[in-house]
Design a protein around this ligand. Structure first.
Ligand code: ZN
Length: 254
């Protein structure tokens, strides 16, 4: 079981692999052939960035029955896909900035899946062999702009609306993930990935028949029920046991 991160170093951002409590610096992303350079950063000194730099972020809407119901939506007959721009990504500890002009910005705790190999028209059976690892994602969403616009590019795409991390875990002990969200320490969302309408293998196969997935691309698999609005001064945590805790403060944007 490997654990990967991306660190801020004196030489810029670097991917790294956990070694005990220290980080072994890699020459590139693990899914881009990165190997250990021999440099090592002690764990307590590491400053973690978002552990991915995807060419695209593919998200799935309404993939949990109870969440579709809480927003008054029908269940989709096929995966409902949308994109977030890579520019929305922030790492653990970085602020989520609430944009002026949005009346309600919600957290959405989600399982993130990082692709390890180029993937095109794969079957459901082979789909999971294209996965590099798993991480926590907060699909931050402007609920009022989502309803107003009809399509979701603006509502889902503001800078800082895609916290990811803290790490990517390859081959976790279980593929039945608990997806939790706490707002100021209070549990708001708690679901299981086994309750997804379209499970990860199905999603990868479906998406790979539409467009090519590249190594490092990020698939965000939908949120369980319990979404709620964020306010300046909040701290929002996405926790998936086995993958860590993704914690971000919330600030008023400008
Ligand atoms: Zn979502």
């Amino acid at each position: 079981m490997a654990t990967w991160a991306r660190l801020e170093t004196a030489h810029g951002s670097r991917f790294a692999k956990l070694h005990g409590t220290d980080w072994d610096i890699l020459s590139a992303a693990p899914w881009a052939g990165g190997v250990a350079t021999g440099d090592r950063i002690p764990g307590p000194e590491a400053s973690l960035l978002a552990p991915v730099e995807p060419s695209k972020i593919i998200c799935v809407g309404r993939n949990y029955r109870a969440h579709a119901a809480e927003l008054g939506n029908e269940l989709p007959a096929e995966p409902l896909l949308f994109f977030k721009p890579p520019s929305a990504i922030v790492g653990p500890g970085a602020p989520i900035r609430l944009p002026p002009g949005s009346g309600r910005v919600d957290h959405e705790a989600e399982l993130g899946v990082v692709l390890g190999r180029r993937c095109r028209r794969v079957s459901e059976l082979e789909a999971l062999s294209f996965v590099a690892g798993y991480t926590c994602v907060n699909d931050v969403t402007s609920r009022d702009l989502q309803k107003r616009d009809g399509q979701w590019a603006r509502a889902k795409g503001f800078d800082s609306f895609c916290p990811v991390g803290p790490v990517v875990v390859a081959n976790p002990a279980s593929l039945d993930f608990e997806v939790c969200c706490r707002l100021n320490g209070e549990l708001r969302q708690h679901g299981h990935s086994s309750a997804m309408i379209f499970p990860v293998a199905r999603l990868i196969s479906f998406i790979s028949h539409i467009f090519t997935l590249e190594p490092g691309d990020l698939l965000v698999t939908g949120t369980p029920e319990g979404v709620s609005p964020l306010s300046p001064g909040d701290v929002v945590e996405v926790e998936i046991p086995g993958l860590g805790v993704l914690s971000n403060p919330v600030l008023q944007g400008d």
